[in-house]
Design a protein around this ligand. Structure first.
Ligand code: SAH
Length: 212
């Protein structure tokens, strides 16, 4: 992984002030060069704590929410190692996950975004990531079960396939809603699913439809 840049460290410090406390998350944020995930015209905003457009009507998530969701995964009682991400997008969240967890699987429905994200992962020399062009509503059945699942687009309702692909003891972090969205944390114990709401969020929709 790249060495922390001054701007990466400043972003990590800002997130710490915003309440992110896990040092594994903060150092992943400090170490990953966010500017490589951002279109040229917006690179000067790469270390601001904001979501930014990445083309195809999609956005790279706000660093705060990337950090917050990653921290929630780390707080799962099963100490997750094998993670499924839905909505690769720019690949920034994927890189943060790969810097922390042993194995990361990521699904994206827009082929061109997936292609660029894959290039960035090679550039950063990550070898613990598998990517798939597919529909996140279906998860990744052939690689299931997962210790934890993170969804980076807002689902109209909880995708049944995703809860089914959680390991016993596993955790799902997902924004749910439409105009009003909230971040949900679902913990699986056997066939019981315990759900709690974390905070209001704003994500692009988890699309149900053909792949692009
Ligand atoms: N974590 C990403 C977020 C990208 S925005 C980042 O920070 O860059 C959400 C992504 O989810 C978009 O790339 C969008 O194409 C993707 N997406 C939306 N619906 C999807 C679906 N049904 N299956 C897989 N990916 C989906």
């Amino acid at each position: 992984m790249a060495l922390s840049s001054r701007r990466g460290l400043q972003l990590a410090q800002l997130l710490e002030q915003e309440g992110v406390s896990d040092t594994r998350v903060l150092s992943a944020i400090a170490n990953i060069p966010r500017e490589i995930f951002i279109p040229d015209a917006l690179k000067h905003k790469a270390y601001q704590n904001t979501a930014l457009p990445i083309g195809q009507g999609q956005t790279i998530s706000q660093p705060y929410i990337v950090a917050k969701m990653t921290e929630l995964l780390l707080q799962s009682s099963n100490q997750p190692k094998k993670i499924l991400e839905i909505g690769t997008g720019s690949g920034y969240q994927t890189a943060v996950l790969a810097g922390i967890f042993a194995q990361v699987f990521s699904v994206e429905r827009i082929k061109s975004l997936q292609f660029q994200a894959k290039r960035r992962m090679n550039q950063l020399d990550f070898h613990n990531i598998s990517m798939k062009h597919g529909d996140g509503w279906q998860g990744w059945p052939s690689k299931a079960p997962f210790d934890a699942i993170i969804v980076t687009a807002a689902a109209a309702e909880l995708p049944t396939a995703l809860v089914q692909q959680l390991n016993d003891g596993g955790r799902l972090i997902i924004p749910v809603g439409d105009a009003e969205q909230s971040l949900k944390c679902i913990d699986r114990k056997g066939e019981t699913f315990k759900e709690r709401t974390i905070e209001p969020v704003r994500f692009v929709p988890l699309v149900a439809g053909d792949l692009l």
